[in-house]
Design a protein around this ligand. Sequence first.
Ligand SMILES: [Zn+2]
Length: 277
Amino acid sequence: MAKKKENGEASVADASSRSDCTVPPALPKGELRHLLFRQSEHEAQRISDYVEWQAHGDEEVLHAEKVASERVFGREYDVWDVHTDKERWWVVTNPTNLYSQTLMPSLDYTLSFHSRECLLALVQGVIDGSDIGQGDDLPKTADFPGWNDRVANALARGSSAEHFRGYLKTTGERAWRLVNWLTHAANATRVDAELALSATSHVINNYALLIVRRKATAPDRCGRCQSYKVTVDWRPDLGSVGEYVVRCESCGAEKFTASQRRRKRKRTAPADNGLPN
Ligand SMILES: [Zn+2]
């Protein structure tokens, strides 16, 4: 049986509405921020300042957009897509770092790489200025498992810390294996990358419990406003590879160690904001 011929009205109507359709010109990048949600002006400004500072003033940020946000063990991880007048960057927070989208177009790969960098930065942060980094027979800089063992032995000493020490070693070593596998995996997915970030975050938080006491001598309460919201930030601008700084989340006061103050003075940076004990 022959099929009924379809009537052409609908397609004619489609064609006429298509012809009326005009593609609007692209919005100027500076206007995009008005269309975004999930991010505050303050956050975007902080990220923009960071990128411009890292670019030594050679680039101007035209647009900063938060493209992912995750809360892992009470720590917020954000990923920003930042357009400047010259480049496009991924900025991953906590600790904050930026990655060229020309070199790393894949965000998944960038997250894996960031995780790996975080673990190495963690080691440097722990050993910088500490006797853990002194002596013969030290592991190579990128030998995270070697440093992980050494740091765990130094931070969690004695028989009472046996289980904690074992846990630090195992989680650190496993996270390292995971992120290394991931940075070489051809078909890693976003879930894999987020798992790596989560594993890294867990390792950093484990060590942070011990490091905060040892390195930053964080007080329980802010000496200026008495708040208990005292946190420790990773500051990539300090030292040769970055350092931890105690900061009050309520009033913004910061506490630097004596060696950090000396170095800041040498670089004639702005005056210490002072978080008294
Ligand atoms: Zn305070």
